[in-house]
Design a protein around this ligand. Structure first.
Ligand code: PRP
Ligand code: URA
Length: 208
């Protein structure tokens, strides 16, 4: 399993604004989308290419083009929804599957409560998106659900990851690469990432 941290000053700067508790809901939402787009750039680096012929104003040329259109983005509800727009800006033809997860507030155990995927999801390159990888419970359960549906090529994209979550993914799904904006220090006793950015869903949707 590879863990790729976006190594770019724009991502680092935007993440710092996101962490600030004074950042408004509107700015937070826009930044989540922008950072999601920037990390998508890295997460799609190995998409296969083929060639086609175009006629430029000068001559005919054989030029690169994406091979097939088999890509799907899968947000983990709710907070993952904030990243979809950024992915679609770079891969507009991507299909979108939704997976709903909630965490039991005392045990932090994740449960799948909703799953609606494109029919041919097992044939697609799947990018699961969620702003936060904390204990890794939600991420691991989401990947297991996608594998149960026959998906073989799965990547996971997050804004912030905790070492604990990365370790869980390494144990449960060593075949899944992780793309993230930053790796933070640790989890606190409530399962929040430290220093983190708080509750991503609440900050995207303004529910607190
Ligand atoms: C958050 C976050 C992840 C999960 C990460 O969602 O968006 O899905 O927690 O935590 P874990 O790695 O310990 O599983 P939450 O359960 O708060 O739901 P929400 O998206 O509705 O806010
Ligand atoms: N979920 C969040 O939204 N934030 C955290 O820090 C951990 C889990």
């Amino acid at each position: 399993m590879g863990v790729y941290v976006a190594d770019h000053p724009l991502v680092a700067h935007k993440l710092s604004v996101l962490r600030d508790k004074k950042t408004s809901v509107k700015d937070f939402r826009e930044l989540v989308s922008e950072i999601g787009m920037l990390i998508t750039y890295e997460a799609t680096r190995d998409l296969p290419l083929t060639t086609r012929i175009v006629e430029t104003p000068i001559c005919k040329a054989e030029v690169p083009t994406l091979k097939g259109k088999k890509f799907a983005v899968v947000p983990i509800l709710r907070a993952g929804l904030g990243l979809v727009d950024g992915v679609l800006r770079l891969v507009p033809s991507a299909r979108v599957g939704h997976i709903g997860m909630y965490r039991d507030e005392t045990t932090l155990e994740p449960h799948v409560y909703f799953c609606k995927m494109p029919k041919d999801i097992s044939e697609r390159n799947v990018l699961i998106v969620d702003p936060m990888l904390a204990t890794g419970g939600s991420a691991s359960a989401a990947v297991s659900e996608m594998k149960r549906r026959g998906c073989k090529n799965i990547k996971f994209m997050v804004l912030l990851a905790a070492p604990e979550g990365i370790q869980k993914m390494r144990e449960d799904h060593p075949d899944v690469d992780i793309y993230c904006g930053a790796i933070d220090e640790k989890l606190n006793e409530n399962g929040y990432i430290v220093p983190g950015l708080g509750d991503a869903g609440d900050r995207i949707f303004g529910t607190k």
